[in-house]
Design a binder for this molecule. Structure first.
Ligand SMILES: [Cu+2]
Length: 147
């Protein structure tokens, strides 16, 4: 093995190692970037028996971490779904919610977290089904766009 050849070999190893490091770094940054985009946080505030905002747009397939804050001194609930689900809840007798991510009881002056991934694009409603709250305007629209 000539000295020149050995030199190229070492340089080659250094170059390969550097390339590996750069690729690794790129992958780590990519993963971190994906992690940042992976779950989106959306805050919805209940105040004066209204939801704010009352329109939310999310992408299908993306996990959404909802922070549901109730600024009112009375209980509310936040139930998201299609019209059939809301028809069911209008006549519903469930006193409280929380087992299903899409159905949350919001205690007075409390805050609730729930994470939902909407898989099917479409237009959904989120509604408080406590007596007369929906009539008062305690509802909003959730649009799920193609992922
Ligand atoms: Cu309410």
């Amino acid at each position: 093995m000539s000295p020149a050849g050995g030199g190229r070999g070492v340089r080659g190893i250094i170059a390969t190692t550097a390339l590996c490091l750069i690729l690794t770094l790129a992958l780590v940054l990519l993963a971190a970037g994906c992690g940042g985009e992976g779950t989106r946080t959306v805050e919805i505030v209940a105040r004066y028996s209204r939801f704010q905002p009352d329109r939310v747009t999310v992408r299908a397939g993306q996990p959404i971490s909802f922070t549901l804050r109730n600024d009112d001194p009375i209980d509310h609930e936040w139930i998201v779904g299609d019209e059939a689900l809301h028809a069911h809840h209008r006549d519903g007798t469930e006193p409280s919610h929380g087992d299903r991510p899409t159905e949350q009881s919001l205690p007075a002056l409390g805050e609730v977290q729930t994470t939902i991934t909407f898989e099917t694009p479409g237009t959904y409603q989120f509604v408080c089904h406590l007596p007369l709250h929906e009539d008062h305007g305690m509802k909003g629209t959730l649009v799920v766009t193609e992922g």
